[in-house]
Design a protein around this ligand. Structure first.
Ligand code: KG4
Ligand code: ZN
Length: 339
């Protein structure tokens, strides 16, 4: 049988993403981002995001179809992020997907955003073994998930109890006056600094703490206090050392808990996804710790880690491949959709 040709639509946050995938082959990945419209507010403004999705939706779908060189009539299905995410933003994607599926008479697949972040790795490294452990770290989520069937059995083992990892990067960048989004610039600054310069706290790392949950709000506050104390004393803030030491604390906890989750559950494959997976130190430390533990690490290239439509198409294609039931046209956006 031919590998399923699926178009995927992602609008859960600030990226309007449309991807086209055949089986596990990426044919097009068109993304329009409203990130610059949010920069002066220091975070994503839901109303602005929804409006930007509405404007970008149809042109981005056209662009993806052009790039892939496929006819819409040849698609085997339309997949869309049904949640979790910003309600108004999700609604734009779900409405567009329904309209296209209806007009083209194609099956509609509502998919989970977190499962898509995992499945996208197939576009780069081929089919994921099952089970696979996934560490998803972005501006909106920080979770450990055990995927036994990417289309139907993804079990959350733990998550952040306060800030997401990416949120912590963004807030620390703001404290250091580095702009938004903070992850890439903190990553860059940290390369010039010493990760051992300042001992910042590792949240939920004491004996008796939940093994797979994360907490980054204490770390964020500790960094802010440390920087303020320096400023109050009229001393220069060693920005690179603060960035590197903060980044070291985040990646230490993330990789330690991810490797532990693999060992405890007898899983020998770990994938890392979400925007923070672009972080160079996280990739390096995860590789070292996985090598030591005999775990195979899979991390998609940075462009596939951040939100995009290809990841939705990848999961949609997998659903068609496994003959999973299509969604009905009652499909609604669910801002807190569980995996
Ligand atoms: O997955 P994503 O594009 O959107 C969400 O679903 O949140 O992730 C965006 C987050 C932002 O917080 C951004 O600061 C962070 O990912 N990020 C990074 C890096 N690149 C992006 N964090 C650390 N290091 C990076 N290189
Ligand atoms: Zn995401």
């Amino acid at each position: 049988a031919d590998e399923p040709l699926v178009l995927g639509i992602e609008t859960s946050c600030d990226e309007t993403g449309v991807g086209i995938v055949r089986g596990t082959t990426l044919l097009a990945d068109a993304v329009a981002s409203s990130v610059n419209d949010h920069a002066r507010y220091g975070g994503v403004v839901p109303e602005i995001a929804s409006r930007a999705h509405l404007e970008a939706m149809v042109p981005t779908i056209r662009r993806a179809l052009d790039t892939a060189g496929v006819k819409a009539s040849d698609l085997d299905g339309i997949a869309v992020t049904a949640g979790p995410g910003l309600a108004g933003a999700l609604l734009v994607g779900v409405s567009a997907a329904k309209a296209y599926a209806w007009a083209l008479d194609k099956p509609l697949y509502g998919v989970n955003h977190l499962a898509s972040h995992i499945c996208v790795d197939q576009l780069e490294h081929g089919r994921l073994p099952e089970p696979t452990m996934a560490l998803l770290v972005s501006g909106g989520h920080s979770s450990l998930l055990l995927s036994s069937d990417i289309t139907s059995d993804v079990r959350p083992l733990g998550a952040t109890i306060d800030d997401a990892a990416g949120e912590a990067f963004d807030k620390v960048a703001r404290v250091l006056g580095l702009g938004f989004p903070g992850g890439p610039v903190v990553d860059r600054m940290a390369r010039e600094g010493d990760g051992k310069a300042i001992a910042f706290p590792r949240g939920l790392s004491n004996a008796g703490d939940p093994a797979y949950d994360f907490s980054f709000s204490g770390l964020k506050t500790a960094v802010a206090r440390w920087v303020e104390a320096r400023r109050r004393a009229g001393e220069e803030v060693p920005v690179a050392d603060v960035a590197a030491s903060f980044q070291e604390a985040v990646t230490d906890v993330l990789t330690r808990k991810a490797v532990r989750a693999c060992k405890d559950n007898g899983v020998d494959h770990l994938m890392i996804g979400g925007g923070v997976a672009a972080n160079s130190r996280l990739r390096e430390m995860a590789q070292q710790r996985c090598d030591k533990a005999g775990i195979v690490l899979r991390v998609p290239r940075p462009g596939l880690c951040t939100d995009n439509g290809a990841m939705v198409a990848a999961l949609g294609s997998e659903m068609v491949w496994r003959n999973r039931a299509a969604s009905s046209f009652d499909l609604s956006a669910d801002s807190s959709l569980p995996v």
